[in-house]
Design a protein around this ligand. Structure first.
Ligand code: NAD
Ligand code: UFG
Length: 338
């Protein structure tokens, strides 16, 4: 199949591109490089061993998207092209709603015009909100979100469900990611945040490589086994493999279906620090700070549905996640600019 990856030069999209090509599919990447770089395309080609069609465009630009879809007989669209920093979304809500909602609407409109019927969407565990008990199951209602980023995912899920209800030809798969970390085992691709990392793993990796002095752990008085928050960390290569299954499944059915992509196992901030130290041999300096506003004490996935319906499970361990992150970070201390 030919898969259009909107935002395919980003962290999750780039790993998914390599996995899709390894499974025998072809990809067209559309990215405006607002949070990535064209260097990523070279790395994807290097790892896949063949060339990739890459178009520099804003996914909100409907004339550009129409041209791209008319020139390439796309079977499925995977939509990664979002702004994703929770804190930034509170300072710039309008930018977040504009970018995230508009990209989704533009893709849906162009797909309809060009006869593309399969859509896989990068959603997030954040849509379960604050009310649902964990582990989260796909049948739970969406909850209320604590920030505009989360609300964009909530709204985009609703838009996609409505669109598939109205169009009997449309197949929509909502993938709710838990906490993606790790990197390609080659050390050639990984997460490359701009500025100070918001997320835990890239921050830990930058402390290890000497770019940051120490990690601040946000709170150690949570009602969890060691007092620090627990999350469901998932290796980005497992997540990428989940996309291959989802794209193939999308082509076999109609309507909306939802899958959690997580391991089903919670892990604390201190577990991450210790596992990273073990796998890198580098001590991580840290101190405890106050809680971060909006953080839930803990949540993780019930990943049964992805196993039974898609035949997918997360195979990689926390040691794999830390080893591959460190391999990427130490070989590319400044990310793709190294
Ligand atoms: P990323 O920022 O690395 O990748 C997103 C890509 O989209 C970037 O390359 C960026 O340049 C591009 N992009 C953004 N807006 C665009 C536009 N208007 N036109 C063209 N390109 C555009 O992020 P990621 O971590 O790979 O996340 C991918 C998706 O998964 C996002 O939608 C994100 O919200 C979602 N998600 C990520 C996480 C996570 O922890 N990384 C968790 C849950 C959900
Ligand atoms: N943390 C620290 N110090 C840091 C960074 C993070 O202690 O410097 C802690 C946080 O308090 C939290 C845990 O590490 O307890 C994980 O935090 P992340 O920021 O890495 O991840 P979140 O669980 O907050 O959010 C991530 C994505 C969201 C997504 C959510 C669920 O950033 O986009 O997972 O998928 F919605």
């Amino acid at each position: 199949m030919l898969i259009l990856l909107a935002g395919g030069a980003g962290y999750i999209g780039s790993h998914t591109a390599v996995e899709l090509m390894a499974a025998g599919h072809d990809v067209v990447i559309v990215d405006n490089y607002s949070n990535s770089s064209p260097e990523v395309i070279k790395r994807i080609e290097e790892l896949a061993g063949r060339s990739v069609t890459a178009c520099e465009a804003d996914v909100r630009d409907s004339s550009a998207m129409r041209l791209i879809m008319k020139a390439n007989p796309v079977d499925c669209v995977v939509h990664f092209a979002g702004l994703k920093a929770v804190g930034e979304s509170m300072r710039k809500p309008v930018e977040y709603y504009r970018n995230n909602i508009d990209t989704t609407l533009t893709l849906l409109e162009c797909m309809k015009e060009c006869g593309v019927h399969n859509f896989v969407f990068s959603s997030s565990a954040t849509v379960y909100g604050e009310e649902n008990p964990y582990p989260y199951v796909e049948t739970m209602p969406r909850g209320s979100c604590s920030n505009p980023y989360g609300w964009t995912k909530f709204m985009m899920e609703q838009i996609l469900e409505d669109a598939s209800r109205a169009d009997p030809e449309l197949s929509v798969i909502l993938l709710r990611y838990f906490n993606p970390i790790g990197a390609h085992p080659s050390g050639r691709m990984g997460e490359d945040p701009q500025g100070i990392p918001n997320n835990l793993m890239p921050y830990v990796a930058q402390v290890a490589v000497g770019r940051r002095d120490h990690l601040t752990i946000f709170g150690n008085d949570y009602p969890t086994p060691d007092g620090t928050c627990r999350r469901d960390y998932i290796h980005v290569m497992d997540l990428a493999a989940g996309h291959v299954k989802a794209v193939e499944y999308a082509a076999t059915r109609k309507g909306t279906d939802i899958f959690n992509l997580g391991t089903g196992t919670p892990c604390s901030v201190l577990d991450i620090v210790r596992a990273f130290e073990k796998n890198s041999g580098v001590p991580i300096k840290y101190e405890f700070g106050p809680r971060r506003e909006g953080d839930l004490p803990e949540f993780w996935a019930n990943a049964d549905k992805a196993r039974t319906v898609l035949g997918w499970t997360a195979a990689r361990t926390l040691d794999d996640m830390c080893r591959d992150t460190w391999n990427w970070q130490r070989n590319n201390p400044k990310g793709y600019a190294s």
